[in-house]
Ligand binder design. Sequence first.
Ligand SMILES: *[C@@H]1O[C@H](CO)[C@@H](O)[C@H](O)[C@H]1NC(C)=O
Ligand SMILES: *[C@@H]1O[C@H](CO)[C@@H](O)[C@H](O)[C@H]1NC(C)=O
Ligand SMILES: *[C@@H]1O[C@H](CO)[C@@H](O)[C@H](O)[C@H]1NC(C)=O
Ligand SMILES: *[C@@H]1O[C@H](CO)[C@@H](O)[C@H](O)[C@H]1NC(C)=O
Ligand SMILES: CC(=O)N[C@H]1CO[C@H](CO)[C@@H](O)[C@@H]1O
Ligand SMILES: CC(=O)N[C@H]1CO[C@H](CO)[C@@H](O)[C@@H]1O
Length: 320
Amino acid sequence: MTSNLINTLLVLSVLLVITINLSYFCTKETAHYSVVKDSRFSIENLTRSITITTASHTTPSSLIPPFIPFRSTFVTSPKYSLAACRIQKNLSTILLNLFCYLNTPRKFSRKASSLTIEFKNYLSQETCNATHATHIATNTTFSTKLAIIRDPVERFLSGFVDKCIHEAEHKDSRCYGCHKNMICVLKEQYIRFQLIAEAKLSSFSYEDRHFAPMSWFCDFDHETIKNYKFLYFGETEEQQGGTINELMDVLDDHGVDNSTISHILEELSANRTKHSTSGSAIRMKVGQEMRKNAEAMRLLYLIYENDYKVFNLKSPFAQT
Ligand SMILES: *[C@@H]1O[C@H](CO)[C@@H](O)[C@H](O)[C@H]1NC(C)=O
Ligand SMILES: *[C@@H]1O[C@H](CO)[C@@H](O)[C@H](O)[C@H]1NC(C)=O
Ligand SMILES: *[C@@H]1O[C@H](CO)[C@@H](O)[C@H](O)[C@H]1NC(C)=O
Ligand SMILES: *[C@@H]1O[C@H](CO)[C@@H](O)[C@H](O)[C@H]1NC(C)=O
Ligand SMILES: CC(=O)N[C@H]1CO[C@H](CO)[C@@H](O)[C@@H]1O
Ligand SMILES: CC(=O)N[C@H]1CO[C@H](CO)[C@@H](O)[C@@H]1O
């Protein structure tokens, strides 16, 4: 009994230390799980900690569970033994173009000018089609499998502004016809995710695909998650610049030549701000209202708390 208690406290304090470390995690650290170079914090031990913590709590079953198999798309570059899972729409477009570029023979690429927009038009359809892949989580052809993760609530907020405010302007049915009402969207989404988790819903909506927990993607489960290298996409420009630098380090480690890296870096740095809503006035306003709204925070907790646990991110929710 006492030793159980001590064990639980130990696990909690380890998680606390990691959380504190992660809150400083911005530009410098590389792999998300290797912030602390100490075997106690190895991914195996962390995963174990998570399992123990989850099990020892009287886990509210009302939380949306992690690791429900969901649509997963990947991009690969066999030449560089590199693969990436595409979770977030915005970044995933960039990842696709980047990997297409890596797979495109050099003489082809000289014409290409922009990774983000026009560049796409110069890439060969065939090369880009061949860049797509499925089920790479356990494929040993790729020595590094990347996944870019983001704060779950910030990710929801960004999607909400993009889909349920901007896109809904032109399409009434968007976001379940909720007309910019976040609580309405969250309630609907919470019910849908419960049904999906219970395998009672067979077709997924556009909104499901954008708001599903990150742990549902990438063929993640307790085992495959260990095969990934995580890059954390922050909300500030410095953090995002840091992520891009880490990504360039990965390319460098995999033998991508310097001039290719320089070109990619130039494209990404110059076009980065356009691809983020973090600075927009509307997002700031909606975000402030969201954080003050207890019902919104309750539903976000139910949907995303397990994402915070799985990826060892600092949870913004007060509940335990
Ligand atoms: C887990 O942590 C223990 C120390 O608490 C350490 O001895 C062990 O090597 C770690 N396991 C792994 C797989 O890193
Ligand atoms: C690439 O994929 C698209 C859509 O799946 C298809 O229409 C197109 O024919 C493919 N192009 C090539 C060159 O394989
Ligand atoms: C791994 O990926 C490579 C390249 O996409 C593919 O040719 C191979 O069949 C895959 N292996 C497995 C076991 O799926
Ligand atoms: C590529 O750049 C790195 C640092 O950015 C440098 O250490 C390395 O020497 C360069 N390699 C070549 C072949 O220029
Ligand atoms: C490439 C891409 O999808 N870019 C989008 C990123 O998000 C912003 C705002 O949400 C959109 O305006 C971009 O079109
Ligand atoms: C480096 C750079 O500026 N790349 C591209 C960014 O996106 C614009 C289009 O919006 C392109 O014109 C640039 O070439």
